[in-house]
Design a protein around this ligand. Structure first.
Ligand SMILES: [Zn+2]
Ligand SMILES: [Zn+2]
Length: 291
């Protein structure tokens, strides 16, 4: 904890407070109901902020699976912070620890350690955020040395609060309830990568962890559910890949499609994707059986 100033501690603790508040605020929709417009607002906020989390926080900021101009990283980080995903330093710190120690003791949110079974599921689905593990052991130097990203990190809660105010301005209490429900669904959607993707699904690739390819999580998270591929090839900008009958098969990966759009409009470049030779070399032998 000495790593953090009192102000940073307060700033970070606002994050889980707002997520808990969003869970409670979601109950507003039981009173107001959801009109077609409010439902559209909810879905729009979900998709845009999920894409910011997956394409910017995860595949760009953390894994550098493609390159992009600094403003893309900054704007994307503001949108990801508006998802209630905390700031870029906090996010990257935890995610790097996850890859470094996947499903072992120092993994921040494994469903196998320090708890197992249904308690392990609860822990990986968000319980870890309410423990002392919430504070990363160290913050990434590259993010901390970028003045803009550091400000976004310490003021991560402002974009989320501003989005709540915008929602209220647009449609009153009904849209505020839709905003809270969107936050809650988004939070749990992202957490399923930590939980379900290490418990249920296929493992076409050899890794030293329990990561899985899970189509349901891929649907919820716009492609992040192809998590076994991701642990086998963390720097790949494309996650939707598997092996069937000895052949490389490409799966629907909306986040990769979005990165391709960024590439098309010259806001992304140097997309990293493993060669088919590398993919086949890493595939488990049973994937070479005829289908
Ligand atoms: Zn994982
Ligand atoms: Zn990752």
């Amino acid at each position: 904890m000495r790593l953090y100033s009192p102000l940073t501690i307060v700033s970070y603790l606002i994050g889980p407070t707002l997520i808990i508040f969003s869970h409670i605020g979601s109950l507003l929709v039981l009173i107001t109901g959801l009109s077609r417009g409010a439902l559209l607002w909810l879905v729009l906020l979900y998709v845009i902020r999920m894409l910011a989390t997956t394409s910017i926080y995860h595949r760009l900021l953390t894994h550098k699976s493609y390159q992009a101009p600094a403003p893309v990283l900054w704007v994307g980080s503001i949108l990801a912070a508006a998802a209630g995903q905390m700031g870029p330093s906090w996010w990257k710190a935890h995610h790097m620890a996850h890859h470094q120690y996947a499903d072992r003791n120092l993994d921040t949110h494994s469903p196998y350690t320090p708890l197992q079974g249904i308690r392990g599921f609860y822990w990986s689905q968000g319980g870890w955020l309410l423990s002392s593990r919430f504070f990363p052991a160290k913050l990434p130097i590259d993010v901390e040395s970028d003045g803009v990203l550091k400000v976004i990190d310490r003021l991560h809660f402002l974009p989320l609060v501003a989005l709540g105010a915008i929602s209220y301005y647009i449609g009153g209490v009904e849209y505020l309830g839709a905003f809270f429900l969107s936050n809650t669904l988004l939070f749990h959607g992202v957490q399923t990568v930590n939980s379900l993707c290490h418990i249920v699904g296929k493992q076409p690739f050899i890794t030293d962890d329990y990561s899985r390819n899970n189509w349901f999580v891929a649907f919820l998270t716009l492609g992040e559910g192809w998590h076994n591929l991701h642990h086998a090839f963390p720097s790949s900008s494309r996650h939707g890949i598997t092996i069937r009958g000895g052949q490389v098969v490409y799966l629907l990966d909306p986040t990769f499609c979005f990165i391709k759009v960024l590439d098309f409009v010259t806001l992304a470049s140097k997309l990293r994707v493993p060669s088919e030779t590398a993919l086949l070399a890493r595939a488990k032998k049973e994937n070479f059986q005829p289908q």
